[in-house]
Design a protein around this ligand. Structure first.
Ligand code: GDP
Length: 430
């Protein structure tokens, strides 16, 4: 059986923690999209880790970690991370890399940087990891699959062709140094050496594992609102963040995805540009940012301060719907324990009309939040294991969120580590 763990919001919902936790009773964890542009922070008995490419199950001996075909694979970054994990005492991960995964080329990173520079004030707030140029090339059919590393002659010829078009842009648009095919080829041969022991047909591996009854987790990156089709286009990422895409990006049959655990954060945060209706500013935002997550809301990849906001029922209802949610994991709830009153965004007012349906970007930019204020619980809820033991106002907050989003909250995360989880029976779960 396959279970997907995905985000309902703008990312950073705590998917890494939930994946690490669910991996205990699973066999395989697959990354199916995105690249090293976002990160998951995981806290367990080995320490605190920021993973960007390795799936969040790497800390268990029994887990096979797979880089699926849908990933933007930065090979040196993958092995940097692999070595870091091992150097901190984690047993060497059982890693498999899809022979169809495509490689983030050094020039993708350069093009990402050059384009953001060129756009100046109109930039996307990219992490400059090469993700947009990578996926552009993939769909323009000039990307490089891992398996192409094993055909040196073909590789050289293709590099020549690709460099020709890239160099026109480098020379005339960006006024930057040109690509050197020999140098690129040598770099790719280094990549080949690193990746060779791990490359295989991962979709076949997964097919066989599923036939044997194994449990596979698909680990998403970012969240619904960053999906290129269903998110806040164009301020989105370049690969689909939805569970449905997991079937493609991992190479598993769609009917095998039986559970879709959508991770929802008890307040909002976002990185990069784009409309963010429930955003807050000033001291109010600074305090939530400082107290948020585990050690503050700063990007796991970039260290950038995240934009902060109150819980957004409109965006979350939509985000859960687009994921096909079977279960909601409601995370970082403990962080809100300092507030006397907790504002929640329950609707968007657009041109004088209130809606609870998430609109397209053009309208989203005009939306004003409709806020309801709930009473806080004013205490530390970390360490609580049973739903009934949570303070009444805290349960009210959870039930309020559940009612407005319309999907069952069956897990509540009240701290960064694996053990900080409360299971709940939801009236919405059939
Ligand atoms: P991801 O990309 O969705 O995995 O999210 P990130 O790792 O970027 O951000 C989530 C942050 O919140 C990390 O620092 C986690 O350690 C932390 N975290 C996850 N769940 C909880 C929780 O329930 N409470 C607290 N306080 N922190 C949490």
């Amino acid at each position: 059986m396959v279970k997907a763990i995905v985000g309902a919001n703008w990312g950073d919902e705590g998917k890494g923690k939930i994946t690490d936790m669910m991996a205990e009773n699973s066999d395989i964890v697959v990354r199916f999209q995105g690249g090293a542009n976002a990160g998951h922070t995981i806290v367990n008995h080995y320490g605190k880790f920021a993973l960007h490419t390795l799936p969040s199950g790497v800390f268990y001996d029994h887990i096979t970690s797979i880089i699926g075909n849908g990933v933007a694979l930065n090979i040196p970054k993958l092995f940097e991370e692999y070595n870091e994990v091992v150097s901190k005492g984690v047993p060497a991960p059982k890693l498999l890399v899809s022979d169809r995964a495509q490689i983030v080329m050094p020039y993708h990173i350069l093009f990402d940087k050059y384009e953001e520079e060129r756009l100046g004030g109109k930039s996307f707030g990219s992490t400059k990891s090469g993700i947009a140029p990578f996926y552009s090339d993939k769909y323009a059919k000039i990307g490089f699959q891992v398996q192409e590393l094993f055909d040196e002659q073909g590789l050289k010829e293709k590099l020549e062709r690709v460099a020709q078009t890239k160099n026109v842009l480098l020379e005339n648009l960006y006024h930057k140094p040109l690509l050197d095919v020999g140098e690129l080829f040598d770099t790719l041969m280094e990549y080949k050496k690193m990746v060779e022991p791990y490359v295989c047909d991962t979709s076949l591996f997964l097919w066989n594992a599923l036939k044997e009854g194994k449990t596979v987790l698909l680990e998403g990156q970012l969240g619904s609102l960053k999906d290129p089709d269903h998110g806040i286009y164009p301020m989105v990422t370049s690969s689909s963040t939805l569970a449905a895409y997991g079937a493609i990006g991992a190479g598993v049959p769609p009917y095998e995805i039986k559970e879709i655990v959508t991770v929802v954060k008890a307040y909002s945060s976002a990185v990069g540009a784009g409309a963010f209706v429930s955003e807050i500013f000033g001291d109010e935002a600074d305090e939530l940012r400082r107290r948020g997550g585990d050690g503050g809301e700063y990007g796991a990849t970039t260290g950038r301060p995240r934009r902060m906001g109150w819980f957004d029922c409109v965006a979350t209802k939509y985000g859960c719907r687009m994921q096909g949610t079977t279960d909601v994991a409601f995370t970082v709830l403990d962080v809100l324990g300092y507030l006397d009153k907790i504002p929640v965004c329950v609707g968007y007012e657009i041109d004088g009309k209130v809606t609870t349906d998430f609109p397209t970007t053009r309208l989203l930019e005009r939306a004003k939040p409709v806020i309801e204020v709930l009473d806080g619980w004013k205490c530390d809820i970390r360490g609580i294991k049973n739903y009934e033991e949570l303070p009444e106002n805290c349960r009210r907050y959870i039930e309020f969120a559940e009612k407005h989003i319309g999907f069952p909250i069956t897990m509540i995360s009240n701290g960064p580590s694996r053990e900080d989880i409360i299971y709940r029976e939801s009236p919405l779960k059939k």
